[in-house]
Every structure is written in structure tokens, then in C-alpha cells.
Design a protein around this ligand. Structure first.
Ligand code: SF4
Ligand code: SF4
Ligand code: SF4
Length: 272
């Protein structure tokens, strides 16, 4: 499917960005930060092995805990993975926002709260004891939320982990000053394009009809249901898909919520 998102992003770094590589002083300064999460989204950046040298030619990485010990707080583009789940996280996200001209949330934890939000539905004393045992009182905690609950976020890259090719496309668009758009059609479109049999034929509830595409329907392609790690689609697309879920597949709202809560109960209010 040809979309604005795909046509607006060249497959190589734009010339404007390449020419900047001649002068380190003029390169955009990029940082990668982590809050509460597994840091798998930061790792996905390091896994861009074929493109990493080209990226390093176009930008200067100035702060990246997983990759370097130097720290700078003069930042043009900051990427953040992880949710705000502790008072420390809340202070940190404020500091990141102040330091970065453009702030990008990467992954389900940063964009939706992610699996961290599972604790929000549990008794606090119980989950603290489960995780920290008799040292539970040593560690502060709070309700887990996406970073957008605290600061303005300029772009979001969804997924658990984020799709690294999508990260590359966003970076290219930012460097070239071009618009960036996430796909606003459901995972089912990609699933059908891959010729997968639909899991509903086996009676399995799959959230593909209401979930934002961009992962190339990886889970249903391997026989697993989609659990909406990329978040749900925009209101109009969601209205149509939601009707389909109810009318064609007979799925109740409770069924949907059960699965949707895995990555972010904060999406509940968007459901039709
Ligand atoms: S979104 Fe997934 S991969 Fe990324 S930090 Fe959270 S748990 Fe890890
Ligand atoms: S398996 Fe899931 S994603 Fe694929 S077509 Fe069926 S509902 Fe959509
Ligand atoms: S199929 Fe669904 S759960 Fe799997 S990666 Fe894509 S959006 Fe996430």
C-alpha cells in the first residue's frame, strides 16, 4: 500500500543530512533516554547495524546510556523509551523535555504506558512485595503512565519493541524537514496483504482490526493474535473497525478490553 508516510521518506539519508556530516558542529544532536521499561526500544536502534554508520555520519549522538558514557544536555532530537512509573521518572521526563527541541516517544511503554500499566490494576502493597520482597519500601512507585501524560510529545513510534525501520524513516524525515505520518489503517490490511488466514476463523479474538498497522502483521503471520502493542487507530477508522468487530465477529467490548489492557489501559476511553 502506497501511503504519504512511505512516499515522503527516501530510503537513504537525505543529501541535506549527508552534507552536514562534513562538519560535526552543524550536525543535529541526538539523545536516547530510558525510563521504566526493558530498554528494548533503545536496543532496537543499536540493532540497525547496516544503517548505523550512515546515521552517525548525519547526526551526533550526545547522550545514550546504553551505548556511551558521555552526557550532554544540548539536544535537538531526543528519543525516550519506557513509561513514567516512579517519581524519578516524572522528574526525568520533565528534564528531557526541557533539554530537547523535538521529543519522540519510542515503544509501547513510552507511548501507551505499556506492560507497566498492568500494575495499575493491582493492589500496590501486593505488587511491591512481589517485585521487591522485604525491600519493597526502599523503592518509590506510582501509577504507570505514558510520557504524554506529563509533557508535550512531538512524535510517537509505537510497538513493543518499536519497529526499527520506522525509527529510521522518522529520523530521515526530521533531518530533511519532511512530514512524517504513521499508518492510519489496521493491522488487518498488512495481514491480508501477506495472505494470512484470519485467526477469527479459528475462533481466536485478534485485535488486528482496531490496531495501527506498521509492524507488517508480524504476530498473526506467526499464528499469534494481535494484542495491540502499536495502539489503536484514529477515531474514524476505529469507529468502522469497532463496528466490524461487533457485527462480523461478535466480539464483546469486554473481550477487547481484556487484551487491550496488556499494553495500555489508557486507550480504553477511545473505544466506540
Ligand atoms: S515497549 Fe517493549 S521493548 Fe520497548 S521498552 Fe517497553 S517493554 Fe521494552
Ligand atoms: S488474523 Fe487478526 S490481523 Fe489478521 S486479518 Fe484476522 S483479525 Fe486481522
Ligand atoms: S501484530 Fe499487533 S501485537 Fe503484534 S507487533 Fe503488530 S501491533 Fe503489536
Amino acid at each position: 500500500m502506497n501511503t504519504d508516510f512511505e512516499t515522503s521518506c527516501p530510503l537513504t539519508l537525505p543529501d541535506e543530512a549527508k552534507s552536514k556530516s562534513e562538519s560535526s558542529a552543524s550536525k543535529p544532536r541526538v539523545a536516547v533516554f530510558s525510563l521504566t521499561g526493558c530498554e528494548g526500544c533503545s536496543l532496537a536502534i543499536l540493532e540497525l547495524e547496516d544503517e548505523l554508520l550512515e546515521i552517525l555520519g548525519a547526526v551526533e549522538i550526545v547522550n545514550f546510556r546504553e551505548a556511551m558514557s558521555e552526557r550532554s544536555w544540548e539536544i535537538d532530537i531526543g528519543f525516550v523509551d519506557g513509561a513514567v512509573s516512579t517519581p524519578e521518572d516524572e522528574a526525568e521526563i520533565g528534564r528531557f523535555r526541557e533539554a530537547c527541541t523535538t521529543l519522540v516517544g519510542i515503544g509501547a511503554c513510552a507511548c501507551l504506558g505499556g506492560i507497566n500499566t498492568l500494575k495499575n490494576r493491582q493492589d500496590e502493597e501486593r505488587y511491591r512485595r512481589y517485585v521487591y520482597g522485604d525491600r519493597a519500601r526502599w523503592y518509590d512507585t506510582q501509577e504507570a503512565k505514558p510520557i504524554s501524560a506529563f509533557v508535550k510529545v512531538d512524535y510517537e513510534l509505537h510497538g513493543c519493541p518499536m519497529v526499527k525501520e520506522e525509527f529510521l524513516k522518522l529520523l530521515k524525515c526530521l533531518l530533511a524537514g519532511r512530514p512524517f505520518k504513521l499508518p492510519d489503517y489496521p493491522v488487518c490490511v498488512e495481514c491480508k496483504m501477506r495472505g494470512n488466514p484470519c485467526l477469527y476463523e479459528k475462533g481466536i479474538v485478534c485485535l488486528g482490526p482496531i490496531t495501527r498497522a506498521g509492524c507488517n502483521a508480524i504476530c498473526p503471520s506467526y499464528g499469534s493474535k494481535c494484542e495491540a502493542c502499536r495502539g489503536i487507530i484514529s477515531d474514524e477508522a476505529l469507529r468502522v473497525a469497532g463496528m466490524n468487530l461487533r457485527d462480523r465477529h461478535g466480539v464483546s467490548l469486554e473481550n477487547v478490553l481484556d487484551d487491550l489492557r496488556l499494553y495500555g489501559a489508557y486507550q480504553e476511553e477511545k473505544l466506540p
